[in-house]
Write a protein that binds this ligand. Structure first.
Ligand SMILES: Nc1ncnc2c1ncn2[C@@H]1O[C@H](COP(=O)(O)OP(=O)(O)OP(=O)(O)O)[C@@H](O)[C@H]1O
Ligand SMILES: [Mg+2]
Length: 244
């Protein structure tokens, strides 16, 4: 029995080491690509007879790439804080349906120009949880639904409550996620279909953060999706998060 426990422990340690290596290599890669593009366009800017519109286009790219790096480092910091547990949940009682409506309004620029509509079935629920962190959860999940929807798409959001838990479902009619990718979307830096990664902005950190926040609340998150049809993300949270 002892030998078997040791073997299992060795196996876990090896897995941890592999995860650490993957993580470092992911970070390096994700940092490298915006830096390459920033230095490339900065060099191009040094040309003397550059047309004004070209100059301005290069500057826009540099600004966008720097912004991307800054968002990524924010996400990494956020995730490492969440993981270190040094950040305690700040529990408040608030209205969940109200919170979700506010998030939709706050991200209006992402959906209104693309004619994306919402269908809301939000039962009134009061929840005890970390308000700011749950804001991030809905912002990312709904943001993803918008990002991966076609123009004119419909996003359905519903809240259901039972004795102990509340369940929020966010359904879109967007591009969907293959079964293989569904297992990986909660990993840091994971983006389905790398070849399209230029088309859809983001660093693949959102759902890793969401998952961490939901776990800290002792809740659960899962995804159901049919490629080409759409995706449903289902979050279940206890109505009262136990304080530790
Ligand atoms: N609603 C959805 N429809 C289709 N694909 C999705 C959906 N939600 C997530 N995904 C897939 O899962 C990946 C990971 O999502 P996640 O939110 O972690 O990262 P991101 O949105 O690409 O970047 P970030 O959230 O850091 O800006 C996405 O890149 C996408 O491939
Ligand atoms: Mg996202």
């Amino acid at each position: 029995t002892l030998a078997r426990s040791f073997e299992e422990m060795m196996h876990d340690l090896q897995q941890l080491e592999q995860m650490r290596r993957d993580f470092v290599s992911n970070v390096s890669h994700e940092v490298q690509s915006p830096l390459t593009s920033i230095s490339g366009y900065a060099l191009a800017l040094k040309q003397v007879n550059l047309a004004d519109n070209e100059r301005s286009r290069y500057l826009d790219i540099i600004i966008a790439e720097a912004d991307r790096m800054s968002k990524m480092s924010d996400s990494l910091l956020k995730l490492s804080l969440l993981e270190s547990q040094s950040q305690q949940l700040r529990l408040f009682t608030f209205s969940l349906d109200e919170q979700i409506r506010r998030v939709i309004v706050a991200i209006q620029p992402q959906w209104s120009a693309r004619n994306i509509r919402f269908e809301l079935n939000l039962t009134a629920v009061r929840l005890m949880a970390d308000h700011d962190q749950l804001n991030q959860v809905w912002t990312n999940i709904i943001g993803n639904s918008i990002k991966f929807s076609k123009d004119g798409g419909v996003i359905n959001i519903s809240i259901k409550q039972d004795i102990k838990n509340v369940t929020v479902r966010v359904s879109d009619t967007g591009i969907g996620i293959s079964l293989e990718d569904q297992k990986r979307i909660f990993e840091r830096f994971f983006k389905a279909d790398r070849s399209h990664s230029r088309k859809y902005e983001g660093s693949g950190m959102g759902l890793a953060i969401v998952k961490q926040i939901v776990s800290l609340h002792q809740g659960d998150i899962r995804v159901e999706s049919v490629p080409g049809r759409g995706t449903t993300v289902i979050v279940t949270l206890p109505i009262t998060t136990p304080a530790e």
